[in-house]
Design a protein around this ligand. Sequence first.
Ligand code: SF4
Ligand code: SF4
Length: 175
Amino acid sequence: MSVLGIAKGMGVTLSHLFKKPVTVQYPEEKVDVQARFRGRHHLLRHPDTGLEKCIGCSLCAAACPAYAIYVEAAENDPDDPTSAGERYASIYEINMLRCIFCGFCEEACPTGAIVLGHEFELADFRYENFVYGKDDMLVGVKGSKWQRREAERAGRDVELGLAPSHRPELEGVDY
Ligand code: SF4
Ligand code: SF4
């Protein structure tokens, strides 16, 4: 390599020495992910009625390349419906160990019921704790199973490693 080439390379290195670092001191510092980041799933409700958007059609399960989704549907009680359709998902589970966070389930869903949010801290200890059910994913639920267990044990709110401004719409039922 020529002296000029070395000088150019050193110039690039030196110019980066004085730039703001792109690394984040996680977990002390909150992480700011990109808007299109695909993390833990959320099952949404209709903002006006609060009814679940999921109608238990299983199209997401059919589209899932990792066979991570299991759905069982049941008929809605007309006097006290769970979803806005004729049927609802009586069981809706995603195995987070199988999931590759490709987003195909979100694309396949005809009602916009399932979305991949920004939560990424899904580590846990036992296999069964990676199978997320409706109670773990219905919109408004914050954090992974482990984060919620820890928060309950410590008597505090769930603390996410995400910057607080991220998709606040997923905190409520009106997303
Ligand atoms: S994100 Fe992809 S792999 Fe994960 S549940 Fe959805 S379709 Fe399956
Ligand atoms: S999340 Fe969407 S695609 Fe999956 S069962 Fe519910 S309505 Fe059907």
